[in-house]
Design a protein around this ligand. Structure first.
Ligand code: HEC
Ligand code: HEC
Ligand code: HEC
Length: 418
């Protein structure tokens, strides 16, 4: 028996092995074409590479960023051209293989916390530009901390099994030439490099993205990334123009501000060539074309008296802590900040985003003088946040009452997904 297991393990390990690609001398940064490097910089913003490869306050792309998964914490690698701790010895072929197959230069399998299931749809010229951009950054010597994963996931060969079972084979969305060039550019970027579906799609038990339910809503770092399909909970249509403004400024005056993990996405898109942002806007307006708000925008009630009767404690807390900014007529709203009724959080099928924004507040996502809200994690208890949330849902939200909100606050505090 033990022998059979050992033999099976041996066969598996041999099957799972990928060859190493020879190390090279770090290429001379002066050899890369300047325009190619500039194009790589723009693509790196669309791919949010810095979000997962930079620790807050640390050197850009030097890695060490903790990424929490249900199986433990994985750290973003150092992708500066440092020869020992970064990718300085990686040839273009090694880099392209990592982006397409999730295999490191030495042949080891990489965790899908690195979204190569999406990045792999990036074309050759764009991968070359990304490589030129990364290889011309400052080399930073920095070793990321060790991952803490439940056994046996620390053993990388098991990832070959994961790829076999869970790496989606189906192309994310076939091209449709009749929909035009802008749509096609949006499809290419959104379904690949920008990996919008990594956060906005549900995942299966192996944490694989469920491609047949793409954009039906997913989880990211303890936040809920709402649907971007016909089930979008938005109460105002996400048109191309509104999406464009949201991506460029971090704020849609017909919806709300970009909070949580969506903040850095808009921060980067604000610094991306406008044509690519317009293409993404056109494409996602299309994925949400059958959403309720795209057909008719409902009148939005303000059930103030009813909500206060049902949730007196929540109403009192709201008056004390939130009304100065959020009561209809408040100065902030006169200055063009949206009404709480318009944002999707109060219309979602779970309270997570409402709770997270109360806990963490909002840093201006794009420009320092953008929308700001203080966080209440240290000043309000779980029960108080649950009371305010229930009150706001009853006053401005749609859909049935949310279930155990206090539990949702506890889950949000420890960053779990769901
Ligand atoms: C959602 C988070 C995330 C994003 C976005 C992301 N990465 Fe990563 N990346 C990771 C993680 C985590 C690893 C480490 C995987 C491992 O250790 O198995 C990694 C590994 C890599 C590696 C392999 C490095 C090595 O030493 O093995 C390269 C190259 C890389 N990323 C490049 C990129 C580029 C280029 C982008 C932007 C287009 C990008 N990544 C975007 C999370 C991310
Ligand atoms: C790292 C995870 C992540 C990525 C990547 C991401 N999003 Fe988001 N997105 C979120 C979260 C979380 C929210 C909800 C935040 C909030 O309530 O402000 C959100 C909100 C949104 C909204 C607002 C929806 C609504 O009805 O309020 C839109 C539109 C959106 N994202 C589009 C995109 C597009 C397009 C991309 C790719 C270019 C993208 N997102 C990439 C996590 C992500
Ligand atoms: C200093 C002003 C200020 C205070 C005080 C404040 N907020 Fe906010 N809040 C904002 C701004 C600015 C935004 C971003 C604009 C937007 O999304 O509507 C925001 C956004 C929100 C959102 C998300 C809007 C959406 O639909 O996505 C919720 C929910 C929210 N606030 C709830 C609260 C609650 C509850 C309190 C009190 C505990 C509170 N806020 C206190 C300024 C404030």
């Amino acid at each position: 028996m033990a022998l059979a297991v050992a033999a099976a393990l041996l066969v598996f390990t041999v099957w799972a092995r990928e060859p190493a690609i020879a190390a090279i001398e770090r290429p001379d940064p002066a050899r890369f074409d300047r325009r190619q490097v500039a194009s790589g910089a723009a693509l790196a913003r669309i791919g949010n590479c810095a979000s997962c490869h930079t620790v807050s306050g640390g050197r850009v792309y030097a890695g060490g960023t903790p990424i929490r998964t249900p199986f433990g914490t994985i750290h973003g690698s150092n992708i500066t051209p440092d020869p020992e701790t970064g990718i300085g010895t990686w040839s273009y072929e090694a880099f392209a293989r990592s982006m397409r197959e999730g295999v490191g230069r030495d042949g080891s399998h990489l965790y899908p916390a690195f979204p190569y299931d999406r990045l792999r749809h990036t074309g050759e010229a764009d991968l070359r530009a990304l490589y030129a951009f990364l290889m011309t950054r400052d080399a930073v010597r920095a070793e990321p901390p060790a991952n803490t994963l439940v056994p046996p996931l620390g053993w990388r060969p098991v990832l070959a099994g994961w790829k076999l079972l869970a790496l989606p084979r189906r192309a994310p969305q076939a091209p449709q030439p009749q929909l035009g060039k802008l749509w096609e550019r949006g499809r290419y970027l959104g379904e690949g490099l920008a990996h919008c579906g990594s956060c906005h799609s549900p995942r299966g038990i192996l944490q694989q993205e469920l491609r047949d339910r793409a954009y039906a809503g997913g989880w990211s770092d303890g936040w809920y990334a709402p649907p971007l399909d016909a089930t979008s909970p938005a109460v105002r249509a996400w048109t191309t123009q509104r999406l464009y403004a949201y991506f460029r400024t971090g704020l849609s005056t017909a919806h709300a501000a970009a909070a949580g993990p969506m903040g850095p996405v808009t921060h980067n898109l604000a610094r991306t060539p406008g044509g690519d942002v317009r293409a993404l806007a056109a494409y996602y307006a299309w994925t949400m074309r059958d959403a309720p708000a795209a057909r008719a925008e409902p009148a939005l009630p303000d059930r103030a008296a009813l909500a206060a009767r049902r949730h007196p404690a929540g109403a009192a807390l709201f008056r004390g802590a939130c009304a100065a900014c959020h009561e209809p007529g408040a100065a902030m709203m006169a200055a063009g900040r949206p009404d709480l009724r318009l944002g999707s959080p109060l219309h979602e099928d779970n309270p997570r985003d409402t709770v997270q924004i109360i806990l963490q507040g909002l840093e201006p996502p794009v420009e320092p003088n953008g929308p700001y809200m203080p966080g209440y994690a240290d000043t309000l208890t779980d029960a108080q946040i649950a009371a305010i949330t229930a009150y706001m849902r009853a006053r401005w939200g749609s859909g049935p009452d949310w279930g155990d909100i206090e539990q949702a606050v506890a889950d949000a505090r420890d960053g779990s997904s769901k």
